[in-house]
Design a protein around this ligand. Structure first.
Ligand SMILES: Cc1cc2nc3c(=O)[nH]c(=O)nc-3n(C[C@H](O)[C@H](O)[C@H](O)COP(=O)(O)OP(=O)(O)OC[C@H]3O[C@@H](n4cnc5c(N)ncnc54)[C@H](O)[C@@H]3O)c2cc1C
Length: 304
């Protein structure tokens, strides 16, 4: 990343929404469930699995949270009708966590029950550190209540993550392990790239040793290599791990992993509320931020 691009990445929130939308189109299936279905059909056709996310993290009313929970009803129906190989990912703030823990719990249970009735699975995405405790608590509560079709995400950039792995391991959890994308203070999160990688590998080892199902969610070639080495050394069966990537990122690498016989799941977000998700994706693609800056300047001069 050049210094200029890094600055631009931080300035992205000031970029006009139409420009953000234009450049983030590759990361989002579209505005409608039909768009998501088409994206998943294409992925399934390439031997890739999917997880569908209904975008909706900017909600401020109880009704909106319930509407998101209901939207998952349509998603499960679409998965069934289309014979799609996909599960779902949910954000607790979309289900109302910022409004009330109990509302969120109720909505999550609805989605998880619905998933179970379809023989399907729900992954709780991990959001910023203000939500980590509640997310961990809710995951444990639901698992202890017998909802086994539920997974969680842990973020390797958080200093607490290895402790979180240890605290969950008795549940034989299904964990997506990622680096983490939210802006966190150094007191809570490693900021050095190598420290994040090291914590990722330590957490991955602890998860695999503890018998967790692991979703190795990264596009980082170094980490993919470390994961592959561990899979081979432990002679892991296909059924106890998978790789995960985001829609629109490193697609040919994903195809290679599938060709090599690994399960590979792609995160497929769709919906009207694309803005927050798009900003995060563009922020971690600084080369794209540079392109956006040029486009923004071009637009200001009437060339876009
Ligand atoms: C399936 C999945 C689910 C996730 N769920 C969560 C979650 O619940 N909570 C959370 O905090 N984070 C989540 N993330 C995001 C994650 O935390 C990282 O921010 C993101 O994956 C980038 O980290 P990386 O490991 O890919 O490494 P990086 O070092 O960021 O990326 C490695 C390489 O991948 C390519 N790349 C990465 N991102 C982009 C991009 N946007 N555009 C173009 N190229 C790119 C670049 O070539 C880059 O050099 C998820 C990621 C994945 C793959």
């Amino acid at each position: 990343m050049t210094l200029l691009d890094g600055v631009i990445a931080r300035l992205l929130p000031a970029v006009p929404r139409p420009v953000v939308q234009l450049f983030s189109a590759r990361y989002i299936a579209g505005a409608t469930l039909d768009d998501a279905v088409r994206a998943v059909e294409a992925l399934n056709g390439e031997g890739k699995l999917a997880t569908i996310d209904v975008l909706g993290e900017e909600i401020t009313h109880e009704d909106e949270a319930r509407a998101i929970a209901k939207a998952y009803r349509d998603v499960f129906e679409a998965i069934r009708l289309g014979g799609l190989d996909a599960n779902v990912s949910v954000k607790l703030t979309a289900l109302g966590l910022d409004l009330s823990y109990d509302l969120c719990r109720e909505n999550l249970i609805d989605v998880v029950r619905l998933a179970a009735s379809h023989g399907n699975f729900v992954r709780i995405d991990m959001e910023d550190s203000s939500t980590t405790d509640d997310t961990m608590r809710l995951y444990r509560e639901l698992r202890e209540a017998g909802h086994d079709n539920l997974g969680i995400v842990l973020q390797a950039y958080l200093r607490r993550t290895l402790d979180d792995v240890r605290s969950l391991i008795d549940l034989k959890p299904n964990v997506r392990l990622c680096k983490g994308i939210y802006v966190e203070p150094p007191s809570l999160a490693f900021t050095d790239v190598e420290a994040v990688r090291a914590n990722y590998v330590r957490s991955l080892d602890a998860l695999l040793d503890g018998g967790a199902y692991v979703g190795v969610a990264t596009h980082d070639e170094w980490l993919i290599g470390e994961a592959l080495r561990r899979i081979e050394a432990r002679r892991l069966e296909r059924g106890v791990y998978e790789f995960q990537m985001l829609l629109g990122v490193r697609e040919s690498r994903a195809t290679e992993l599938v060709a090599a016989g690994h399960r590979l799941r792609v995160y497929v977000p769709y919906g009207e509320q694309w803005y927050g998700y798009s900003l995060r994706r563009l922020q971690e693609n600084p080369a794209m931020a540079g392109t956006i800056a040029r486009a923004t300047v071009g637009r200001a001069f009437g060339r876009l």
